[in-house]
Design a protein around this ligand. Structure first.
Ligand SMILES: [Cu+2]
Length: 166
């Protein structure tokens, strides 16, 4: 009998340990799901060899009742990233960093696209070639981290679909 209870104790101990170890991961997945954020059309513009920067684009749909803010982005092919908007200044389009990130209002979809809001991948450590897929980590103020697969493309199409109605 002593053997059985020892085994049981060990099983419980092992389960307890595994549960403890996996708990943080489970929590973050659960929080991302309850956030109801949907990421789509994630693309990165392909680069020439040794290009220092490139743009990243995607659609972020917020299906929750709470505003969410994209505050930072991390990728293994860029040592630095910023969130940018395009601004007209004296007739010239200029990029400006968004220190507070990008807000996605409750129930809204925000499109990061060429000529508008975008992720600026900087200090690139690798050339980005068409059809490559890259995992990019997006950090939201309430939701925490989400990972998205970005595809490298020559001409990012995000948001362009409407412009082809002549
Ligand atoms: Cu930029």
């Amino acid at each position: 009998m002593g053997f059985v209870s020892d085994t049981k104790m060990r099983v419980i101990a092992v389960l307890g340990l595994s549960f403890g170890l996996f708990l943080p991961a489970l929590t973050s997945i659960a929080s991302a799901q309850t956030c109801n954020l949907h990421l789509a059309k994630a693309e990165i513009r392909a680069t020439a060899p040794n290009a220092p920067v490139t743009g990243g684009y995607l659609h972020i749909q917020n299906n929750s009742k709470k505003a969410q803010r994209l505050v930072s982005v991390q990728a293994d092919f860029a040592q630095h990233t910023e969130l940018h908007e395009m601004k007209h200044e004296e007739g010239i389009m200029k990029m400006a960093p968004l220190e507070k990130g990008i807000e996605i209002p409750a129930g809204a979809t925000v499109q990061l696209k060429p000529g508008g809001l975008h992720i600026m991948f900087m200090k690139l450590t690798a050339q980005l070639k068409p059809t490559q897929m890259h995992k990019v980590k997006l950090v939201f103020d309430n939701c925490g981290e989400m990972r998205a697969d970005f595809m490298v493309v020559t001409k990012p199409a995000s948001g362009h679909s409407h412009k082809h109605n002549h």
